[in-house]
Design a protein around this ligand. Structure first.
Ligand SMILES: CC(=O)SCCNC(=O)CCNC(=O)[C@H](O)C(C)(C)COP(=O)(O)OP(=O)(O)OC[C@H]1O[C@@H](n2cnc3c(N)ncnc32)[C@H](O)[C@@H]1OP(=O)(O)O
Ligand SMILES: CC(C)C(=O)C(=O)O
Length: 642
């Protein structure tokens, strides 16, 4: 107790009353957050005493949490067990190829990140373009004040021959109006002399002037030390000098950047440990890793293991070149495998939604293979895997998918075993007699393997697998079937504008081809007079942009009077793949069609293979319509013999 009093007295000295954290500086102890005591103290008051005893006075350091000029990031609890999550999707993420976000998009993503409780959201470079400046103007009004996340404006140190007060880019950072600023500074002597074309001393002055100016105006400043790891390896003294200059000027956090993404995890861990020993806990140490060697997540996790307190990254790993460290991997890895503390940990089950939302807003096709959040992250294909999963889900999963809001899936393909099919049968029919299930599963499995050998692929077409299982059951009756069909294409002007040569010798008119399809459908309908079901045949004709479009419309026209709910079904994708290109126009084609039901947003895909692309397309269309009707038809009839 006496010791504690002495430490506070020694450290507070001339300080004013305020909130202080007492932190054990022995890094080995950092894993335990009990080594940290935060206390509101009155100067010279005895009330600071906590009912804990402290063994070794020299191991304790006081951090002033009210004064950003001295302190590290506010309320940050450091150590491998606690991490501050810093998102740069809206800044470095948008530096990725083909990624562009409007101001509205950025606001939507910022709101989503805030609802996930990300600690810091780096939202853009206001000195770079009007859109980013507008973002900060609108964010002040449109982002809810109650969100815990802090918005960060990004910029660089002042230009080499410009006074800091007159640097327009620094002014834009101030104009952003946010209290937290992150600025990039060079930390590699070669980069300074060759790229900035400044002297090493000039660079230090640029860092000092820029940080101290912003801090003097009350800003909390993080410094992103560009090329830090390469700089540290080339000239550790200079890299550390850059850090010390930033720290002395009042920066709260020093972020080590692996800008070129070429540093290995063991190097990151060793250098991070040096930095933590030197600067923590008075300053927070952070990491910003790029993925050029595919090491960005590993590097970030290793840095955390060395005691780094802040990790920068982006959602889905988007960013310059091969991207940034993916927060969708780092957050769950640290939360679930390292058991680190994080502000957003409670929202972990929303992670998959967050990942897909960001892709949707940025108009990107989500990558299936993303760890934790991809649709394949918990998809099981190999027969042995699926059989083992049936006995215990732990056999081939590192976590329960629900923890990150994802789901387990079983794929059916030529690599399946009985269990892949039996699982699907249980989903469809509930409890079936085990022997019957196993017998049928083998028959279905053999058919799957034979069809995949012909070019079918079932793992992306679960609706077709579902139908195959139903059709194998003696009691299933499809709600309709096609009795016959024909499709024609008619063109009376081959010089129309749709030919590439039309601009030379055509008459410039638009395409003149017409496609027409005729289809005869037998559907099961209710007979109100008899209170029973009966078959009804309909012949329908439709024109379309091409023969497949005409067939799709004719089929819809025949089915709608019987099944009005089909009105809400649309085709969202139609893929054709030639399976044996050497057969040229006579090649077998695989058609995959993706459907969507607007009301429920349910999506499903069907597959068919045929040497005739029209037949393959019609079969996939029929399967798609049949699949959606299964849930809606509550009857079960056997066809009358034919
Ligand atoms: C590692 C990173 O990802 S850092 C972030 C990178 N992001 C971006 O560049 C996106 C936003 N950038 C932009 O909009 C523009 O590049 C701007 C507005 C910042 C600057 O545009 P311009 O004034 O036309 O400069 P330009 O893009 O050619 O950059 C080169 C200048 O920046 C200076 N510069 C580069 N890094 C720094 C730095 N850390 N501190 C100060 N100046 C720097 C260079 O010395 C050079 O100036 P000089 O010609 O006087 O020597
Ligand atoms: C500005 C910093 C953080 C950066 O993007 C990098 O060094 O890669």
């Amino acid at each position: 107790m006496l010791l504690l009093k002495r430490i506070f007295a020694a450290y507070l000295g001339s300080q004013v009353a305020g909130t202080y954290a007492l932190i054990n500086s022995l890094h080995a102890d950092r894993a335990s957050s009990t080594s940290i005591l935060t206390s509101h103290v009155e100067k010279d008051s005895d009330s600071i005493i906590a009912s804990q005893s402290f063994e070794n006075a020299d191991d304790w350091i006081i951090r002033d949490l009210d004064n950003p000029q001295i302190g590290a990031l506010e309320n940050c609890v450091i150590g491998p067990k606690n991490v501050i999550v810093y998102d740069t999707t809206l800044r470095d993420g948008t530096q990725g190829e083909s990624i562009s976000a409007s101001c509205d998009d950025k606001l939507k993503i910022a709101r989503k990140l805030a609802s996930f409780d990300i600690d810091y959201i780096e939202a853009g470079w206001p000195g770079s373009n009007p859109k980013d400046a507008e973002f900060f103007r609108r964010a002040k009004i449109e982002l809810d004040d109650s969100v815990r996340s802090k918005l960060v404006a990004f910029g660089s140190t002042r230009r080499k021959s410009v006074e800091v007060e007159k640097d327009p880019q620094i002014q834009a950072l101030l104009d952003s109006g946010v209290p937290t600023i992150c600025m990039v500074a060079k930390a590699h002597p070669w980069q300074v002399t060759e790229i900035l074309r400044a002297s090493p001393e000039e660079n230090l002055k640029m860092i000092h002037d820029s940080v101290s100016y912003l801090v003097s105006l009350g800003k909390v400043v993080l410094v992103d030390l560009e090329h830090f790891f390469d700089g540290y390896k080339a000239d550790p003294q200079y890299a550390l000098k850059c850090c010390e200059t930033a720290a002395d000027a009042g920066a709260s956090c020093l972020v080590m950047c692996d800008t070129n993404g070429g540093t290995m995890p063991w190097e990151v861990e060793a250098i991070s440990r040096e930095m933590v020993n030197r600067f923590e806990p008075l300053k927070t140490i952070g990491i910003h890793a790029h993925n050029d060697c595919g090491m960005a997540v590993a590097n970030s996790v290793c840095a955390s293991n060395a005691g780094v307190g802040l990790i920068q990254g982006t959602i889905n790993g988007i960013g310059e070149r091969t991207g940034n460290a993916d927060l969708c991997s780092i957050i769950p890895s640290l939360a679930l495998h390292v058991e680190s503390g994080m502000g957003c940990k409670e929202n972990l089950s929303d992670l998959t939604k967050l990942s897909r939302y960001v892709d949707e807003i940025l108009n990107r096709t989500p990558s299936n293979t993303l760890p934790f959040v991809g649709t394949s992250a918990f998809a099981h294909k190999g027969g042995l895997h699926v059989a083992a999963m049936e006995r215990s889900p732990q056999s081939y999963q590192h976590i329960e998918p629900e923890l990150v809001g994802n789901e387990m899936r079983v794929l059916v393909s030529e690599l399946s075993g009985r269990q892949n099919i039996m699982g699907k049968m249980s989903e469809l029919f509930g409890d079936l007699e085990e022997e019957l299930k196993s017998e049928r599963a083998i028959a279905i499995l053999n058919r799957v393997k034979a069809l995949e050998n012909q070019g079918y692929t079932f793992e992306g077409a679960e609706a077709s697998v579902h139908l195959m299982i139903l059709h194998a059951s003696k009691i299933y009756c499809p709600p309709f079937k096609i009795l016959d069909y024909s499709a024609q294409v008619y063109d009376h002007n081959m010089d129309s504008a749709s030919r590439v040569v039309a601009s030379f010798d055509g008459d410039g008119t638009s395409g003149t081809s017409t496609s027409r399809a005729t289809i005869k459908v037998r559907a099961i309908v209710e007979d109100p007079a008899e209170s029973s079901l009966k078959f009804e045949d309909t012949l329908s004709v439709s024109d379309g942009n091409g023969p497949v479009d005409a067939l799709s419309k004719a089929l819809m026209k025949a089915l709608l009077p019987v099944h009005p709910s089909l009105k809400g079904v649309e085709l969202v994708d139609y893929k054709v793949r030639i399976l044996d290109p050497t057969s040229a126009t006579g090649a077998a084609t695989r058609v995959m069609i993706e459907f969507r039901e607007i009301e429920t947003e349910r999506q499903w895909t069907t597959v068919s293979v045929d040497r005739n692309v029209i037949s393959a397309s019609l079969n996939a269309l029929v399967d798609g319509f049949e699949y959606v009707l299964i849930d809606k038809a509550d009857y079960c009839v056997v066809w009358d013999g034919d």
